[in-house]
Design a protein around this ligand. Structure first.
Ligand SMILES: Cc1ncc(COP(=O)(O)O)c(C=O)c1O
Length: 327
């Protein structure tokens, strides 16, 4: 990537499989046009149906597309819980989950991160992420299942991990009631979907305001996503896992405090965070410093996100740059 006229190695993107600039994905943007209206008016395009069918086939559930993951969480969480239902949400859940629940008339309980033992009796719905984007950790989803519905936001996992890229729930052999997936991260395009039972799709079509009152996804985006789904194969996922392992092991060896697992790789740097990020930039590595209030005080960190397309040399350069910056 180029920043301020300099060529840098980008360790900050969610383009985990290097598909955002893949020639076949880019070529797909040349086809089709804008939806012209909301899907329920006259904006339903064949590309929407094809993409929903491809995702449904992959996930074994019905699928409804949204313009973004933000819209998908807003629609799901503002629509599914009934007024007065008790909904529990993990403290580290994404802003779109928080905002979706704010729009619902449910009672909300925010649980400390990954503490499913604290789910109160009578909860109607629990909401978690598959792979947390600031901590790089994955909850044990079996512990989150119970007498309530489970919604898992697989934004950072879908396409990148799990069998066939189906995410953390598939990896752990857990079947959540509702899955949110985004098309703008590992698949490199834009947009998102909610997957679940057929009745959920019907409910979101008829009552999901973030679906009803917005223009349908442009066809080229849906067509590009279809190409990206085909390209997101095991070979790319293996390269991603290999790079993530190499970076994690290298960072541990040079004494960094590394969090989580998989391709989101934060190192806790506390008061040195912005200094470490600046030194990395000097060494040609772009990785953002993450500070309060995004993370709690004392947990400030530099966060690396890995791509299948990073070379081994780039990963090793990143480790060397961290070793120097931490000295
Ligand atoms: C967990 C999670 N959910 C939803 C979103 C929103 O996705 P989108 O960028 O498609 O709106 C994000 C993106 O940052 C995310 O990290």
């Amino acid at each position: 990537m180029r920043l301020g006229g300099r060529e840098l190695v980008n360790f900050s993107s969610n383009d985990y499989l290097g598909l955002a600039w893949h020639p076949a994905v880019r070529a797909a943007y040349a086809e089709g046009g804008g939806a012209g209206s909301a899907r329920l008016i006259s904006g339903n395009r064949p590309a929407h149906d094809l993409l929903e069918a491809a995702l449904a086939d992959k996930l074994g559930r019905t699928v409804l597309l949204f313009s973004s993951g933000y819209h998908a969480n807003l629609a799901l969480l503002a629509t599914v819980p009934e007024p007065g239902d008790l909904v529990v949400s993990d403290a580290l859940n994404h802003a779109s989950i928080i905002d979706g629940l704010r729009l619902s008339k449910a009672r909300r309980v925010i649980l400390p991160h990954d503490q499913p033992d604290q789910i109160p009796a009578g909860a109607a719905l629990a909401v978690v992420e598959g792979l947390y984007s600031m901590d790089g950790d994955t909850p044990d989803l079996r512990r989150w299942t119970g007498d309530h519905w489970l919604a898992v936001d697989e934004a950072h996992a879908l396409g990148a991990i799990g069998p066939g890229g189906r995410g953390v729930a598939a990896m752990q052999d857990v079947a959540p009631d509702f899955i949110v997936g985004t098309l703008g991260k590992a698949l490199g395009v834009a947009g998102a979907f909610v997957a679940g039972p057929a009745a959920l799709r019907e409910l979101l079509i008829s009552q999901g305001r973030a679906f009803i009152y917005t223009t349908g996804m442009p066809e080229p985006v849906a067509l590009a996503a279809l190409v990206a789904i085909r390209l997101a194969d095991d070979e790319r996922r293996e390269r991603l896992a290999h790079n993530a392992r190499r970076l994690r092991e290298g960072l541990r060896e040079v004494g960094a405090r590394v969090l989580g697992a998989h391709h989101v790789v934060p190192i806790v740097t506390v008061e040195r965070t912005m200094d470490v990020a600046a030194r990395l930039l000097d060494a040609g590595i772009y990785a953002p410093g993450i500070r309060f209030p995004t993370v709690p005080r004392g947990q400030e960190r530099v966060r690396f996100t890995v791509s299948s397309e990073h070379t081994v040399e780039q990963v090793d350069r990143c480790v060397d740059a961290v070793a120097t910056a931490l000295r």
